[in-house]
Design a protein around this ligand. Structure first.
Ligand code: DC
Length: 221
């Protein structure tokens, strides 16, 4: 079974997908982390994030992998065999990923990788284009939304836990900027699939969000 969760930054996709994955024994795939890892690759190579030819020249020589940490349930993201799970969350990478993820060739490579990973059995993926482009035939599709202030608060708390200190305004501005670019780009923009179930996570706990999705999965099984 393939479960697609899309939505803007901080809407609760990854925490919910992770919880559903661990409760239902589905493999959780964080597709945003893959675009972020490609951004780290460009940074390490000294290639400007908006240098399309430069970023493309790195693609053939890039290996991005993901595993689940069995203790915490967190995903670990590897770039060319090295764990970059911390680096991918830094403000520099959050800013740069917007340009890197707009490069068509980057999307072709990562979408094909995501489809390969989807063959591994029961999977739950979160991103921006999972239900519309990566798996248009997914068994279940969800689109999560929440008020911008709630999303910024959540992202701030997540970053704090990871040891990254930013202000509420910094986080809110970054989210607003990325949402606008993600929804207005021509290739695979952020938008709900026609058959997606809309979930407003504003007044819900992560447990409640997970239970809603698990309810749909159980009905399908
Ligand atoms: O989910 P995230 O915030 O870690 O994603 C980082 C960026 O990657 C996001 O701003 C847009 C891009 N992205 C994308 O274009 N397609 C996806 N499936 C996932 C993320």
């Amino acid at each position: 079974m393939i479960i697609a969760i899309d939505g803007p930054a901080g809407s609760g996709k990854s925490t919910t997908a992770k919880l559903v994955g661990s409760k239902m024994n589905f493999l959780y795939i964080d597709t945003g982390a893959m675009y972020r890892a490609m951004t780290v690759k460009a940074e390490l190579a000294g290639v400007p994030f908006d240098d399309r030819a430069g970023v493309c020249s790195l693609l053939d020589d890039t290996v991005i992998e993901q595993t689940i940490d069995t203790k915490s349930g967190d995903t670990r993201t590897y770039l060319d065999g090295r764990d970059v799970s911390y680096e991918i969350r830094t403000p520099e990478i959050s800013k740069g990923v917007t340009s890197v993820c707009e490069i068509d060739e980057v999307r072709v490579k990562l979408v094909s990788l995501q489809r390969e990973m989807g063959k591994k059995g029961n999977v739950i993926l979160d991103g921006r284009d999972i239900g519309t482009v990566v798996f248009p035939d997914a068994d279940l599709k969800f689109f999560m939304v929440a008020d911008i202030n709630i999303r910024a608060e959540r992202r701030l708390a997540e970053l704090k836990e990871k040891g990254i200190a930013l202000t509420f305004e910094d986080v809110r501005n970054d989210i607003e900027r990325r949402d606008l670019r993600d929804s207005s780009r021509s290739n695979s923009p952020l938008r709900p699939a026609q058959d997606a179930v809309l979930i407003d996570t504003g007044g819900l706990t992560v447990e409640e969000q997970a239970e809603i999705i698990i309810g749909y999965i159980k009905k399908k099984l």
